[in-house]
Design a protein around this ligand. Structure first.
Ligand code: NAD
Length: 366
């Protein structure tokens, strides 16, 4: 469940009603019978710039689930770019399909044509289920795509930069808890060792953390446990570990009534988008339980920052520099939340919204 700025609960009926409650600008439904493509592109807000957000391929159980996901994800991108200080709006796309099956050139080029038809209002990139190779096919049809390989002038997979930002968010959270950001001997449970999780494990192990990992993909699990000293646990056991830090790096909504009753951690800081199933209730539950929560859209912004530097044509050095700001920003959010006795999620959203409001007024007088 998500809520409006005024904490109203979002209705599940009527697409336009949902758009209005969450303040989306535009939703585009795309269908192509020849390739089997079924996609929804959601443009949440373009005040700060074009709506950039990756394309997620997932075998959604229903079209309603796909719509709900794209509405939540695109809104998250608005806040993510705003709080990161980059000039991008928020958008996202979902494709309803099995991420494990190969899609082929025609599928991705048809999708690229749909993206192109929006004239740059939406810029796509990778997300769960898509790769730089898919971006190559999309780029044949549109220039509005980031995360391309370097031979196409792109910056490639944004995941290492995302993982670096998440690592810094974890360090800031540990500093908030203990007064020092030293990770030596700290137990971290990483849920999902895909593109981001794997790089995150590398940072954590290098800095002396004791890392538990789980994944439903045995190949990814093997790749990580072959390379790094980690303890493999089952996907369900992750919520019962004695780790001080829980790092969700798989899918969203893993912080919910069921898991909150089990989690023993002192910190939650990870890469997954929309970690709180209900951002108001579960944000408050974390505050009440004294669990430090590093807002997902703040600490996982490295990827969109990386895409932004690609869009404006500067190198990865700037992406790394901007990502390094995540450490101080996370500490600032903890401070504000404490001072105002609000959740860290709320504090981060308010900060992002302030920037959007300020810039929207600036544009109005141009
Ligand atoms: P990915 O698909 O490469 O990795 C996700 C991993 O999680 C996979 O290995 C998958 O098998 C595993 N997984 C799925 N369900 C699981 C479960 N129930 N228990 C344990 N493991 C499970 O995706 P990614 O690019 O690493 O992204 C991870 C998360 O971070 C996603 O939520 C994504 O939206 C978010 N994110 C990614 C980036 C990026 O740069 N890639 C940027 C911002 C946010």
């Amino acid at each position: 469940m998500i809520a409006t700025k005024d904490n109203e609960t979002i209705s599940t009926s009527g697409i336009l009603t949902q758009m209005s409650q969450l303040e989306h600008e535009q939703i585009v439904f795309c269908n192509d019978n020849a390739t089997g493509l079924k996609s929804i592109i959601a443009i949440h807000n373009t005040v700060l710039g074009p709506a950039l957000g990756g394309t997620r391929v997932w075998a959604y159980k229903s079209e309603t689930d796909a719509l709900r996901d794209v509405l939540r994800l695109s809104r998250g991108m608005t806040y993510k770019s705003a709080i990161s200080g980059i000039n991008l709006g928020g958008g996202k796309a979902v494709i309803i399909a099995d991420p494990k099956t190969s899609k082929g050139e025609a599928f991705w080029r048809r999708y690229g044509k749909f993206v192109n038809s929006l004239g740059g209002k939406y810029i796509t990139a990778e997300d769960v289920g898509t790769s730089p190779g898919d971006m190559v096919h999309i780029a044949t049809e549109t220039k509005f795509v980031a995360g391309k390989p370097s031979y196409l002038g792109g910056t490639g997979d944004p995941s290492p930069v995302t993982a670096y930002g998440v690592f810094l968010g974890i360090k800031a959270s540990v500093k908030e808890l203990t007064g020092s950001d030293d990770l030596t001997g700290k137990k971290v449970a990483v849920q999902g060792v895909g593109h981001v999780g794997m790089y995150l494990v590398e940072h954590l192990v290098k800095h002396g953390a004791l890392v538990y990992v789980c994944d439903i993909n045995q190949q990814n699990l093997k790749m990580v446990s072959d390379q790094f000293k980690v303890e493999v646990i089952s996907p369900d056991a992750i919520y019962d570990t004695d780790a001080e830090i829980y790092a969700p790096c798989a899918l969203g909504a893993t912080i919910n009534d069921g898991t909150l009753a089990r989690l023993k951690c002192a910190i939650i800081a990870g890469a997954a988008n929309n970690q709180l199933e209900d951002e108001v209730k579960h944000g408050q539950d974390l505050l009440d339980k004294g669990i430090i929560y590093a807002p997902d859209f703040l600490i996982n912004a490295g990827g969109v920052i990386n895409c932004y530097t690609e869009v404006i044509g500067v190198g990865r050095d700037m992406a790394v520099g901007l990502t390094e700001n995540i450490y101080e920003k996370t500490l600032d959010i903890f401070k504000t939340a404490k001072a105002e006795n609000i959740t860290t999620q709320k504090a981060a959203m308010l900060l992002a919204q302030q920037r959007i409001d300020a810039i929207s007024k600036l544009k109005a007088v141009l």
